[in-house]
Write a protein that binds this ligand. Structure first.
Ligand SMILES: *Cc1c(COP(=O)(O)O)cnc(C)c1O
Length: 409
């Protein structure tokens, strides 16, 4: 749980100009974390970091990351357009789709970006569009269940992503025959992983598998892409993983597997880690209800933030101005979508809360606004940026009923 980066007076004055609910991002915080990621991996002169556009597809946020030296990774034609609108050059963009449609592939070809193959089912399509050039990425799925320090973190074998080990080699040989000279190996085992050794184990898996594919296929291993997946401290009892410690573990594994000379670059795609803690969903309490439970009704709903409803995820909630009061009341904090799952928190201890209070939901800076939807005639909120000079700027306006109606024939 990140500290509130603004106080009640500030939020009330912002709310006078931009009605709640709205997203508020902290430029200084994003810059700091984005910069730490680059510093942590600076031992690798070829390290590259690509932020996943799907986490926060807002050009003004992506531009902050670009200033810090990040590229972006996209999975669709629209995300590629967003990356372009934010000013990224083709060389700063990775296209890493799964089951993409024709328009997605055409846009990647038109922009001339680097690609990551999700399986051999894409090889011919990508070849036809001239996308198999430079260093071609391949996504590895080790199958089965994935453990870090004996804790199960995911079950990649049940997902739709990536190549099996044997398929990596078959496609590697095919790429080699078609004139490709180098490949990158990519792996993403799951999101919001809090095990501090996650990167260490994944680096070993990808480095050793990549070395084997290289030896057997004759391709050169250009990069090891350990992607994102690193979690953040959503709950006050959790601590933020330390990117410097993780990066030094990665270095140790790379040294051990490849020695100190010329070796594959390390790529990262940390996304939640970079922006997650630096975005708030700011809303107002508009109803109080008592029934089988005590309910606090916000003017934000599931359509503004899906994670609690989709994953049962914990997001910390502050009642602004009452941060130091005892949490001696217990509420369900809910929105207005007519579905039982529309609930930000269940049985949450909070200070006594009333209509008119501002409620802030923490750690919404990644996979927050971007997961929004329109079910129930709900409209996505505005996004605002608290800039380093302390001013507040609109970076995405709120949707209107006209936007919602615009596609109707
Ligand atoms: C979603 C996604 C990411 C982002 O990962 P985080 O868990 O937010 O760090 C990175 N790379 C790819 C290819 C993704 O699809």
């Amino acid at each position: 749980m990140n500290n509130l980066f603004c106080n009640r007076d500030m939020l009330e004055s912002i709310a006078q100009k931009y009605p709640t609910p709205f997203y508020l991002y902290d430029e200084a915080g994003i810059e700091t974390t984005a910069c730490q990621v680059m510093e942590a991996f600076s031992w690798d002169k070829n390290h590259r970091q690509f932020f996943a556009v799907k986490a926060t597809p807002t050009p003004e946020i992506l531009k902050i990351l670009q200033r810090m030296g990040h590229g972006v990774v996209c999975s669709s034609a629209v995300e590629l357009r967003v990356a372009k609108a934010a000013g990224f050059a083709p060389g700063e963009i990775l296209f890493s789709p799964n089951f993409p449609n024709r328009q997605d592939i055409e846009m990647a070809a038109e922009m001339g970006v680097s690609v990551v193959l999700d399986g051999d089912y894409l090889t011919d399509d990508f070849a036809q569009y001239g996308l198999l050039k430079g260093t071609v990425g391949m996504r590895f799925n080790p199958g089965g269940e994935y453990y870090v320090n004996k804790n199960k973190v995911s079950a990649p074998g049940t997902t739709k992503f990536g190549f099996t080990r044997q398929q990596l080699l078959e496609t590697g040989k095919k790429l080699k025959e078609s004139g490709v000279s180098s490949f990158g190996l990519f792996g993403y085992m799951g999101g919001n992983i809090m095990e501090t050794d996650y990167y260490k184990g994944l680096t070993r898996l990808l480095a050793e598998t990549g070395r084997w594919v290289a030896e057997e296929s004759g391709l050169e291993l250009g990069y090891v892409n350990i992607s994102g997946g690193v979690g953040i401290a959503y709950h006050p009892n959790e601590t933020m993983p330390d990117v410097f410690a993780m990066a030094s573990d990665v270095k140790a594994v790379m040294d051990e597997v490849f020695g100190a000379g010329e070796r594959p670059a390390v790529y990262t795609e940390l996304s939640r880690y970079v922006t997650g803690p630096h975005g708030l969903l700011v809303s107002r309490v508009i109803h109080e209800k008592s029934g089988y439970r005590q309910f606090v009704g916000l003017d934000a709903s599931a359509h503004n933030l899906m994670r609690p409803m989709m994953y049962g995820a914990y997001h910390h909630i502050s009642i602004v101005g009452k941060e130091n009061e005892p949490c001696d009341h217990v509420y369900d904090v809910v929105g207005s979508v007519p579905e039982g799952i529309d609930r930000f928190a269940q049985n949450r201890p909070l200070p006594e809360t009333h209509k008119g209070d501002l409620a802030v939901i923490h750690d919404c800076g990644a996979h927050g606004h971007s997961m929004g939807y329109n079910y129930g005639g709900k409209l996505r909120s505005a996004e605002l940026l608290l800039t380093k000079d302390g001013s507040v700027r609109l970076i995405r306006r709120a949707e209107t009923a006209e936007d919602y109606m615009a596609t109707m024939v």
